[in-house]
Design a binder for this molecule. Structure first.
Ligand SMILES: NC(=O)C1=CN([C@@H]2O[C@H](COP(=O)(O)OP(=O)(O)OC[C@H]3O[C@@H](n4cnc5c(N)ncnc54)[C@H](O)[C@@H]3O)[C@@H](O)[C@H]2O)C=CC1
Ligand SMILES: O=C(O)C1=N[C@H](C(=O)O)C[C@H](O)C1
Length: 267
């Protein structure tokens, strides 16, 4: 199966080129990056030091839409929306890793799932997908007897906050507790805040250095504290998960899925 990578010159895009080539049954068919980039026309293989692959970076998915069976998008939300529309029009499967989409953009993504198969996950690592299951259990057991805080840390180049993974973790915990994250989330604290409201879920964000991606959800009670933590040390763990999702989508005609579906963890 041929895979097209959008955002191919980026941190994840370069890692994805390597991950696709290493996955049995998959081959790189197309690579796309932003119009005007000095890397347009470059060979994707040479971009990652693997020698020529004969796949040259294009600046528009529509120019290579017939060169791949499934596309993988790790770009920015505005680009992702263009790619969703292109894949929907051409009947191509799409794996989306981009975070920071608005509610309206997510609604359009889900509408596209009526026509094509999409996998959409804020974090493609197996470890985070497992953590989401653990968080659901922890929240149901601990209930409203604890204060819950989500702490995340990423590299200095990350442009969105909190991370999509942190928000996904918050959503799992809020849902397990019967809360609406939109109503109970507190993003950072400063000034005379008064005592903490137990019904809230706090989010704290660190941006520094070359941190790949670290998340901790703290359940702090009276006399004990439970912390569930995931630390990524390589982007290859995200890339392998995304490529695995691309292969998994091959058997699906339409619908919107996530990594719990890919890993068979859906209850
Ligand atoms: N779901 C997951 O497991 C993970 C998600 N991410 C997310 O992936 C996204 C990208 O992260 P990075 O690779 O670190 O960013 P990056 O900035 O290194 O790469 C983004 C790439 O997209 C390209 N791009 C921008 N506009 C474009 C357009 N219109 N058409 C084609 N390409 C375009 C940029 O030129 C760049 O090469 C972020 O939203 C990040 O949060 C990152 C890692 C894991
Ligand atoms: O921007 C990143 O690097 C990452 N972004 C994702 C997110 O926003 O959760 C996933 C991972 O943590 C790395």
């Amino acid at each position: 199966m041929k895979v097209g990578i959008i955002g191919a010159a980026g941190r994840m895009g370069r890692t994805l080129i390597e991950a696709v080539q290493a996955f049995d049954g998959l081959v790189l068919g197309a690579a796309v990056d932003v119009p005007g980039s000095s890397l347009i026309g470059a060979d994707a293989g040479e971009l990652v030091g693997q020698g020529k692959l004969g796949v040259l970076l294009a600046d528009d998915i529509n120019k290579v839409i017939n060169d791949a069976d499934v596309f993988i998008d790790f770009t920015i939300p505005e680009a992702t929306m263009v790619n969703i529309r292109a894949c929907r029009a051409a009947g191509r499967r799409l794996v989306i890793g981009t975070t920071g989409l608005t509610d309206e953009q997510k609604a359009e993504l889900h509408a596209a799932g009526a026509d094509i198969a999409i996998c959409f996950a804020a974090n493609y690592s197996v470890g985070v997908t497992l953590c989401l299951k653990l968080l659901d259990t922890a929240a149901r057991v601990l209930g409203d007897e604890v204060d819950i805080e989500v702490i995340e840390a990423h590299h200095r180049h990350k442009i969105d906050a909190p991370s999509g993974t942190a928000l996904a973790m918050g959503e799992v915990v809020a849902s397990a507790l019967g809360r609406d994250l939109k109503d109970c989330a507190v993003y950072g604290r400063e000034g005379r805040t008064g005592a903490r409201d137990r019904k809230t879920i706090g989010f704290e964000t660190i941006r520094a250095g070359d941190i790949v991606g670290e998340h901790t959800v703290m359940f702090a009670g009276e006399g004990e504290r439970i912390e569930i933590t995931h630390k990524a040390s390589s982007r290859m763990n995200f890339a392998r998960g995304a490529v695995r999702a691309a292969a998994w989508l091959a058997e699906r005609e339409r619908g919107v899925f996530d990594m719990q579906d890919v890993l068979g963890l859906r209850d």
